[in-house]
Design a protein around this ligand. Sequence first.
Ligand code: HEC
Length: 225
Amino acid sequence: MRTFCLLISTAGILVMAGCSGVQRTPPIQVWPDMRMQPKFEAQQTSGLFVDGRASRRRPEGTVARGHLLEETPLNTGMQADGMYVGKSPVAITPEVLAEGEWRFNTYCAPCHDKTGLGRGMVSQRWTAWQPADLTQDSLLEAADGDLFNVITYGERTMPPYGAQNRPEERWAIIAYLRVLQRAQHGSMNDVPDNVRTGLEYKPGPPPVEVPSLDEPTPAKGAPKQ
Ligand code: HEC
């Protein structure tokens, strides 16, 4: 029994030493792992290169795979002549609209709200910071490329959202934004004939007359003056 206990405690000590929770330099390592290896850490110096840096700069013009962003209208929202593209280069499909809806509700609605009118939670809680109404006339007329650049780089007090949304995803947001704009500017002409009945504007009942609060109301049973 004593030998058994001794064995168990020796094994326990060895395991704990392996955890190297106790800070020693160099730490005691029963099983040396890959943490200890000859290597250069970021920002270290090295005598290997003329400039003395261990980290190498990326050779000029290198592009990581899948990260080539050519200066095309798709990636910049601009035409070759430096003007905003008028219409999105991405074809509008139900999938694109669904993606745009999801992205708008994630990245834009906190400020602009889900209808685009600009009454999102952020503006309700922080009244000094008011986002634009995205359904206003000036934005109905704005070129798609203009909106693309607002999303990519932000505008005045609006932060940029280019890092969170790849170019195709930004165009999807714009497609959905156009839906929201259309929704605020619908008219009876947009409604098919067969479902128009009952949609016409009918004036409601006249407003209830509210007694003026300026005149004190006499208490019930009080003598009339
Ligand atoms: C953190 C809050 C916030 C978020 C999130 C946000 N915006 Fe804005 N946005 C603003 C504010 C504030 C303005 C008004 C900027 C100004 O005029 O100073 C604005 C203005 C705009 C404008 C009008 C720019 C102009 O030319 O007048 C557009 C278009 C717009 N936002 C689109 C978007 C889209 C699309 C998204 C989602 C990708 C988005 N915004 C997300 C705060 C936000």
